[in-house]
Design a protein. Structure first.
Length: 337
């Protein structure tokens, strides 16, 4: 009785102690990480040219926002001065250098609202396909996107003079898309998808379509289940003289476990997929007094969850990939100062 009372008190304490909130904070520029390599120098970040067309994940505006915010953080970390990004944006619009309507995405708004309704998975897939077609068709003209046009040296110098800048930063987003992580690490795929997936590839190789790949996984699972059932005495004991529905018990176990293997193979085909965010960027830094390019480099970053227990949300993967790409590029640039 005393044990039950202590258990009840412990449960009540646990419930009362879990009534608070969990707070996660992340200061992007840590005070201790700041340096003075860019002291007394001003940098202007222009919108990046977007050649990625990954509209199913992020709009062009959100991609540029991710990039510019991470650039700002890294330049602040090195002690550079930067004008407010909205001021730069408004100046470029006033000078007819960029067109804000290039970020417009109204064509797919009604379809996106329908995507949130209670449609079947197949219907949602069709709606998403039309959204992608609409977004791609709205950006068929590459020159309509901010940053995709060229600037003369005089225009670069004019921007630098307006903001009293030392450097002008420009760049291009080459890739910004999701894909499936090709890794066969069982910590990422899961044990069953790994085993059956390996057997499927060894037996049948690369399939032409997802349906053929599904059949291959089911066959691999069925073969494994049959072999396990042949050596198993459950659910039927080994007795060739007894039958179940006319089937010998010696044959019943392979049939039972083969069916289980086919089911697991079907499940394995739909699981074990680890998402991967791919970000590829190039950055140019130009002298704001002459317009000459003083540094450029390109980077390709791929980020995927470390295991099945990691965060699989695409926003976290793309944030991590963008931050890593920008950090590496700016670290390389500051070595030339």
């Amino acid at each position: 009785m005393k044990y039950c009372r202590h258990l009840l008190i412990g449960l009540l304490a646990l419930l009362l102690g879990g009534c608070g909130t969990t707070v996660h904070e992340s200061l992007k520029v840590q005070p201790l990480a700041k340096t003075q390599q860019g002291k007394d120098k001003t940098i202007v970040i222009l919108p990046f040219a977007d050649y990625s067309y990954a509209n199913n994940l992020e709009t062009a505006y959100r991609r540029n926002l991710f990039v510019s915010e991470n650039l700002t953080d890294q330049f602040v970390r090195y002690g550079f001065h930067l004008p407010v990004q909205e001021d730069v944006f408004n100046y470029l619009i006033d000078q007819n250098i960029i067109n804000v309507t290039a970020y417009d995405n109204k064509k797919a708004q009604s379809l996106e609202s329908e995507l949130q309704s209670e449609w079947s998975d197949r219907m949602k897939g069709e709606l998403q396909r039309y959204i992608n077609l609409s977004q791609n068709s709205s950006s068929t003209s590459v020159k309509a996107s901010p940053g995709t046009h060229g600037l003369t040296q005089q225009e670069v110098v004019k921007i630098g003079r307006h903001f009293s800048a030392d450097y002008i930063v420009r760049g291009r987003i080459i890739q910004y898309k999701d894909r499936q992580d090709p890794s066969w690490n069982p910590l990422k795929k899961g044990i069953i998808p790994f085993v059956l997936g390996v057997e499927n590839r060894i037996l049948f190789g690369q399939a032409d379509s997802a349906e053929y790949d599904r059949v291959g996984s089911m066959i691999a699972g069925g073969v494994d289940g049959t072999l396990i059932g042949d050596a198993s005495s459950w659910p039927f004991k080994k007795n060739a003289d007894l039958t179940v529905s006319g089937i010998s018990q010696n044959v019943g176990n392979p049939i039972f476990w083969g069916a289980v293997g086919v089911g697991l193979g079907d499940m394995a085909h739909h699981t074990g997929k680890a998402p991967q965010a791919v970000v590829q960027l190039r950055i140019w830094v130009q002298d704001a007094y002459t317009g000459n390019v003083v540094w450029t480099n390109r980077i390709d970053v791929k980020v995927s969850p470390e295991s099945v227990f990691a965060d699989y949300q695409y926003d976290a993967l793309f944030e991590g990939a963008t931050e890593k790409a920008i950090t590496t590029l700016i670290d390389d640039f500051t070595k030339t100062l």
